[in-house]
Design a protein around this ligand. Structure first.
Ligand code: SAJ
Length: 480
């Protein structure tokens, strides 16, 4: 009979015996690693850990690297969130958070959180999803998890996935084990994890939405999160179906993507007619009913907003046979957001005399958002490739990212001298760039400084102009 200590030992970890209930986390990426840490750090009224946590990754090179890192006591994600780092180190010291690639661990699980990725292929005019990896993962749960245990799907999935894909797989696997349907409980509760300076708080001190396929599943899900999240200050919200909960996630991110895309045309207009749109937006945000108006930027990256807003198109057609629902607003928002890096490119091209051929560009910032080492779908990648296509040379820097996965290149951690550059693009509002001494760094070199993401303060722009530096910005008319 396998147990927690044996699984740890098989993964090279010596941990003390304890008979705490086991929670498995399927997938140890940006979400899964942080969720696993939060679950491992949840305490009972006596201040003792409630769960033993087993993080499970795929048995491939990346999975083995993640498992090794966690069992050696290092978080496999880049973060400067002290709360998350401390929580992880506490869990490692306690010995109630281990990682493995062995799916037999699911046989110990009282609860399994599913935090694996589900990619949407947006490269074709018709978006599509390959569910095979996701289905395989669910099969492993149906084959191994004990009766009475609970699965909580946190992965962002097209509305209807729990009902149309997960539940039928579980039903079939349980039948194969001569167990009745619903003897493994199924719930959905999408993640609202936000990597960055409030990473850990975005889990333990933040609201969560959930639902269960059955009332029993919903109750079990509620009891679990009551142990893990500060639900006294951040109450849970139960919806009537897993499809409603799946819609909530997709709608949240579609709303945000459309909200960002909406502002794009206003950014162009303001630039043309000599207005600083950021001061306009600040004035509008004063109104509580309008304080979430977004601002123009370098582009929309990340794993969420670049794909979530089209997931409902897939489910409308594939799950509900409704091909009339094309969701034009959300689809157009994705296209507008994708086009933003070329707006910066065109502006810089004009400012450098109409052509980038032979020009040298320094790109400051390659992650998709500040203080996060995540380059997935980063606008900087698109910009980098466009500069090269236009015959320019480009060098990149980022204080948080030291290897650019998508391009397979190391990223210099020291900012290069400005000496040979025609333009410097401020692409990501990392705090390092917001507080950087540009005047000292530039010396007597005068490349164009193009602020593509509201990185510089008006004071910094004023100081640089006084030194004879040309500073222009996305969202601001010339010289503003
Ligand atoms: N961006 C703009 N203008 C804006 C805001 C963002 O151009 O006004 C760009 C950013 O530069 C970035 C991209 O959009 O490239 C996405 O930024 P984001 O702040 O929306 O961050 P995400 O993509 O990580 O979104 C996540 C979402 N959280 C989850 O899915 C759990 C989203 O729901 C949150 O609202 C967002 O974090 C957040 O507020 O941090």
């Amino acid at each position: 009979m396998i147990d927690y200590v044996t699984i740890a030992k098989n993964s090279g970890r010596e941990v003390p015996f304890s008979d705490r209930p086991v929670v498995c986390i399927q997938g140890l990426g940006f979400v899964g690693s942080a969720m696993a840490t939060a679950v491992a750090c949840s305490k009972n009224k006596k201040g003792e850990p409630i769960y033993n946590v087993i993080g499970i990754e795929q048995p491939n090179e990346r999975g083995h690297q993640i498992v090794k890192a966690i069992n050696k006591g290092s978080l496999p994600i880049v973060t400067n969130d002290k709360k998350l780092l401390e929580a992880f180190s506490d869990a490692h010291k306690t010995g109630n958070f281990i990682a493995t690639t062995d799916p037999v661990s699911y046989s110990l699980a009282s609860v399994t959180l599913v935090d694996i990725h589900l990619d949407i292929d947006v490269s074709q005019p018709k978006p599509s999803i390959d569910f095979s990896g996701f289905k395989q993962a669910i099969c492993a749960l149906g084959e191994n998890m004990p009766p009475g245990s609970l699965i909580i799907i946190e992965t962002t999935v097209p509305p209807g996935t729990c009902e149309k894909i997960v539940a039928p797989i579980l039903r079939e696997k349980l039948k194969g084990r001569s167990l009745p349907e619903d003897s493994i409980l199924l719930a959905h509760s999408y993640e609202r994890v936000m990597p960055g300076s409030d990473y850990y708080d975005s889990i333990v001190n933040f609201w969560k939405v959930y639902s269960g396929k059955t009332t029993k599943a919903a109750n079990a899900c509620e009891n679990f999160f009551d142990n893990v999240i500060n639900t006294r200050d951040f109450p849970l919200t139960r919806l009537h179906s897993t499809t409603a909960s799946e819609i909530a996630k997709i709608l949240e991110n579609s709303y945000r993507a459309v909200n960002i895309a909406f502002i794009e045309e206003w950014g162009r207009f303001a630039e043309e007619i000599g207005v600083d749109l950021f001061e306009v937006i600040e004035a509008i945000r004063v109104r509580p009913t309008h304080n979430n108006i977004r601002q123009p930027g370098f582009g929309v990256g990340g794993y969420c907003l670049t794909k979530d807003p089209i997931a409902q198109i897939i489910s409308a057609e594939e799950f509900f046979g409704l091909d009339a629902f094309r969701f034009p607003f959300s689809s157009m928002a994705i296209e507008v957001n994708k086009s933003m890096p070329s707006v910066t490119l065109k502006k810089v091209q004009i400012l450098l005399g109409g052509s980038l051929t032979g020009k040298k560009i320094l790109l400051l910032g390659i992650s998709y958002r500040p203080e996060v080492g995540d380059t997935r779908f980063s606008p900087s990648e698109k910009f980098f490739r466009l500069v090269r296509e236009c015959g320019g040379e480009i060098v990149s820097h980022d204080p948080v990212v030291n290897f650019w996965e998508e391009l397979g290149v190391k990223v210099d951690q020291d900012i290069p001298s400005p000496e040979f550059f025609d333009a410097v693009i401020l692409a990501v509002p990392h705090s390092f760039y917001k507080h950087f001494d540009y005047k000292g760094w530039l010396g007597n070199h005068r490349p164009l400084i193009f602020d593509a993401n509201n990185v510089l303060s008006s004071e910094q722009r004023r100081t640089l102009r006084k030194e004879g530096v040309q500073v222009e910005s996305i969202g601001r008319g010339d010289g503003l």
